[in-house]
Design a protein around this ligand. Structure first.
Ligand code: SF4
Length: 342
């Protein structure tokens, strides 16, 4: 145990992603360290070339090229979602023991180094703006949301506190599938909540929850509902993210149940997006499971109407996403203290 009460681990006991999988991840341009992964996403690379920004820039003011997307639990998840475009076929365990995971500072410093190597490959190509590449080396925003489920990493509170302590940090987004409500409670108790907490919300009833998320825990629905109930009591920005999949959860008959869920959990924002037919999900779903933008708009506007407290705030056509804003628990869409530079 350390003086902070954390169980310390030695390097040779750390969980490792299997070499064969590391090879495949590296081919897909991931950086890997022990059990953690980092990636320069499509939009980060586009922003280096001044070819556009991620919707998080438009909606919340995040600087795309200074965003570091990573996961401390790259190959661990409790679900096997039908729409997951990450390599979830490799998810191999339901538990990360504290004595077998890297310290949070180690996770960050090793992934920063991996990310730096990925960025360095872009220097020397005149299509990429040098100033943006230079700036990107020091992240200002962290998106803890890459492959796997980050709340399975037992030292997550320390990780978020550490990121908050870095002088350049402006914001931290955390995306969870809601299967670890105890970890959310821990983040709250230890004053380690992220700037913005996302809960993936793809079903309003148990039957479609099972069909879409294909969870491994017997009590997965209870776990998820516990996480949902916590949202309205957390002192941080909260978002429900609904991924619409044709013939799974996009029917108008689903809207009343989603609307009542929105009223009860009262998040600050709701992001409604179409499933994207990319990555590994192409083995499980068809191109036709994607929705057109007009269909996403239709669902979002009906949902906003029936919820009575949400209104349409913005949309991103290219990402097929509409965002709703809670008028009862209204907060500014831009991340506080954040100055838009781009
Ligand atoms: S919860 Fe997220 S990481 Fe896990 S299988 Fe579903 S989409 Fe993939």
């Amino acid at each position: 145990m350390s003086c902070s009460g954390e169980i310390q681990s030695s390097d040779d006991e750390l969980i490792q992603i299997k070499p064969k999988i590391v090879q495949q991840l590296k081919k897909a341009k991931y950086g890997v360290s022990d059990h953690s992964t980092v990636e320069l996403c499509h939009w980060t690379r586009k922003s280096f070339k001044n070819e556009g920004d991620c919707y998080k820039h438009k909606f919340y003011g995040i600087s795309t090229h200074r965003c570091m997307e990573f996961s401390p639990a790259g190959m661990h998840c409790e679900n096997r979602c039908v729409y997951c475009w990450r390599p979830m076929e490799f998810y191999d365990s339901m538990k990360m023991e504290p004595e077998n995971v890297a310290e949070s500072e180690q996770v960050v410093s090793k992934l920063m180094e991996e990310r730096r190597k990925l960025i360095m490959g872009h220097y020397g190509d005149s299509r990429y703006e040098k100033q943006k590449l230079d700036e990107s080396l020091l992240p200002a925003h962290y998106a803890i949301s890459l492959s796997g489920e980050p709340t399975m990493y037992p030292k997550l509170p320390n990780l978020i506190k550490y990121l908050k302590s870095l002088p350049e940090t402006k914001s931290i987004f955390l995306v969870t599938n809601g299967q670890e409500p105890d970890m959310l409670q821990k983040l709250k108790d230890e004053d380690a909540l992220p700037t913005q907490l996302y809960l993936s919300t793809n079903a309003a009833d148990y039957k479609s929850f099972l069909k879409i998320n294909r969870p491994r825990y017997e009590d997965s629905w209870e776990r998820w509902k516990t996480s949902l109930r916590m949202l309205s009591k957390l002192n941080t920005r909260t978002v429900l993210r609904i991924t619409l999949i044709r013939n799974y959860n996009d029917g108008d008959e689903m809207i009343p149940a989603f609307a009542s869920m929105l009223r009860n959990s009262s998040p600050n924002f709701v992001e409604i997006k179409s499933y994207m037919h990319i990555g590994r999900s192409t083995n499980r779903l068809e191109h036709d499971n994607m929705l057109d933008m007009d269909e996403v708009r239709h669902f979002a506007s009906k949902l906003s109407e029936q919820s009575e407290i949400f209104s349409v705030m913005d949309e991103s056509f290219i990402s097929k996403i509409v965002v709703l804003q809670n008028q009862e628990r209204f907060i500014d869409r831009l991340i506080p203290t954040y100055t838009q530079t781009n």
